[in-house]
Design a binder for this molecule. Structure first.
Ligand SMILES: [Fe+2]
Ligand SMILES: [Fe+2]
Length: 209
């Protein structure tokens, strides 16, 4: 079996019945691909691999949500199923508590993409239009300081993600917003609730935002 985007989607849905978590995977995938392109990655296979890391980073979370298990079990399963080591390492690098150092750009990208993609989504849903296309960069940056807003999002991950990625936060936010716009309908950020993400077929690739 080849370890491509379609394989990543089937592994994700095998472990993840939850619709919000499937949408989170698609949203982080879109950001990962945008980050790859923003660093000059043009090879479509490589762009896809960055996206695959986004799709898979939380695939074990619904089944194994604790810090004792999440990411560790996922990495084991990926290894058993023959996923390439750079993908496994990047998946492992998305949580601070694994202690896996982020060295490769793809490893830094998953930290930069993960929590911020969710946060930008939360910012979209409080707008009257509920469209991510209408979210100004400044409002995201401002809400970062509002502790009561989207409490579950760890700001430390976002700040550190931007630092390690080496881009000022507003620039990173702009990339994330554009990436979410490209998949907005599928992830419920286009003014209407998203349709069910079925196990099959694999959702279409996000267009370059
Ligand atoms: Fe996670
Ligand atoms: Fe995540």
């Amino acid at each position: 079996m080849s370890h491509d985007r379609a394989a990543a989607w089937s592994l994700l849905v095998e472990f993840t019945p939850s619709q919000p978590l499937r949408r989170h995977a698609l949203s982080v995938e879109a950001t990962m691909r945008a980050l790859a392109r923003s660093r000059g990655v043009t090879d479509p296979v490589e762009v896809e691999t960055w996206g695959v890391v986004g799709l898979l980073h939380d695939f074990d979370y619904e089944r194994y949500p604790t810090e004792q298990d999440h990411v560790w079990r996922g990495m084991e399963i990926l290894r058993e199923r023959g996923w390439p080591e750079p993908v496994i390492r990047a998946v492992g690098a998305h949580a601070f508590y694994t202690g896996i150092e982020r060295i490769q750009p793809m490893e830094k990208a998953i930290l930069a993409a993960d929590e911020l993609s969710g946060f930008v989504g939360a910012c979209a849903l409080v707008r009257p239009s509920k469209r991510v296309a209408d979210v100004p960069v400044e409002s995201v940056v401002k809400r970062m300081k509002d502790k009561a807003f989207a409490r579950s999002v760890d700001r430390g991950y976002i700040t550190r993600g931007a630092e390690e990625w080496g881009t000022p936060l507003p620039e990173l936010v702009a990339i994330v917003i554009r990436a979410q716009v490209a998949v907005a309908g599928r992830i419920g950020l286009d003014g209407a609730p998203a349709e069910e993400l079925a196990d099959a077929p694999t959702p279409p690739e996000p267009e370059a935002g």
